[in-house]
Ligand binder design. Structure first.
Ligand code: 13P
Length: 253
C-alpha cells in the first residue's frame, strides 16, 4: 500500500516554549501509526533541534523543514540548505508551498532546482501544487496543476519521482475554512495520478503519495482520506492543536 501521511505545516507560528508544549501535548494524546503510515512535522527552522529531540526516536514520525535553498552552501545570507537540514536529521522538506510561490516569488523553474537539491542528498521533497480561486471558477484547475507538475517535476527520472510526495493544496481552501469537497479532492487527485502516469507509467504513478491540503480538520479528515487517491493531508491551522492533529493522524487509512 502507498504511504499514508499526516503532515503538519506549522508555518511561521509559535514561540519556542509554545512549540515545546505542543509537541509534548501531541505525544500525550493517543494516536497510532501503522507500518504504512507516517506523521511528519514541518516546524519552523529554529525549532528543528527541539522537534528532533522530542520526536526523533519515534516510529514513523519525522521532522521536516518548510523550505530550503537550492544550493548546498555559499554566500546566501539567511538561507538554509537541504544539506544543513539533513545534517540535523531532517530528511523531508516542503517545496513550493503556495505561500512561498506568492510571497517569495518562487517560480516553477526555481522549484525544479530545489527539488533537485533535496533529491540529490537523498531527502524527500513534499512538493506542493494547487490552483487559485479564479482558476477553479474557470474550471481549468487540471491544466493549471498539470503545468506546475510538468514544469517542476517532469525532468526527474522514474527512480527520483517515486521519492517525491505531492501535496495538492487549492489556494482557495488554505486557511479559509473552505475545504474542497471529498469529491473535488478525489477528482483532482485521480487526475494528478493519471497525469503522472502519462509520463512515468501507471505502476510508478500508483506508488506516489498525494496529500490533500486546505482546511483539513479532525471533523473532515476521515471523509477526505477515505478517497482512493487521497493519501493523507498537509495540515496548517489544525496542526497547531494537539487533539485535532492526533485525530487527523488517526484518520489515515
Ligand atoms: P490550513 O490547514 O490552515 O488551511 O493550511 C493548509 C496548508 O497550507 C498546509 O500547508
Amino acid at each position: 500500500m502507498r504511504k499514508q501521511i499526516a503532515a503538519a505545516n506549522w508555518k511561521m507560528n509559535l514561540t519556542l516554549n509554545e512549540a515545546s508544549t505542543l509537541l509534548d501535548e501531541l505525544l500525550n494524546t493517543p494516536h497510532s501509526l501503522k507500518a504504512h503510515q507516517e506523521a511528519i512535522f514541518a516546524v519552523p527552522a529554529p525549532y528543528i533541534s527541539l522537534a528532533t529531540q522530542k520526536l526523533g526516536d519515534k516510529m514513523n514520525i519525522f521532522v521536516a523543514a518548510q523550505n530550503c535553498h537550492q544550493k548546498n552552501s555559499g554566500a546566501y545570507t539567511g538561507e538554509v540548505s537541504a544539506t544543513m537540514f539533513a545534517s540535523m536529521g531532517v530528511k523531508h522538506i516542503v517545496i513550493g508551498h503556495s505561500e512561498r510561490r506568492e510571497y517569495f516569488a518562487e517560480t516553477d523553474a526555481l522549484l525544479a532546482e530545489k527539488l533537485d537539491a533535496v533529491l540529490a542528498i537523498g531527502s524527500t521533497p513534499i512538493f506542493c501544487c494547487g490552483e487559485p480561486l479564479a482558476i477553479r471558477e474557470a474550471a481549468t484547475q487540471n491544466e493549471f496543476v498539470a503545468s506546475q507538475l510538468q514544469n517542476s517535476l517532469f525532468h526527474l527520472s522514474a527512480e527520483q519521482i517515486v521519492k517525491v510526495v505531492i501535496a495538492y493544496e487549492p489556494i482557495w481552501a488554505i486557511g479559509t475554512g473552505k475545504t474542497a469537497t471529498s469529491d473535488q479532492a478525489q477528482e483532482i487527485h485521480a487526475y494528478i495520478r493519471s497525469f503522472l502516469a502519462t509520463k512515468y507509467g501507471q505502476a510508478i504513478a500508483d506508488q506516489i503519495s498525494i496529500l490533500y491540503g486546505g482546511s483539513v480538520k479532525a471533523s473532515n479528515a476521515v471523509e477526505l482520506f477515505s478517497n482512493p487517491d487521497v493519501d493523507g493531508g498537509l495540515v496548517g491551522g489544525a496542526s497547531l492543536i494537539a487533539t485535532e492533529f492526533a485525530a487527523i493522524i488517526n484518520a489515515l487509512k
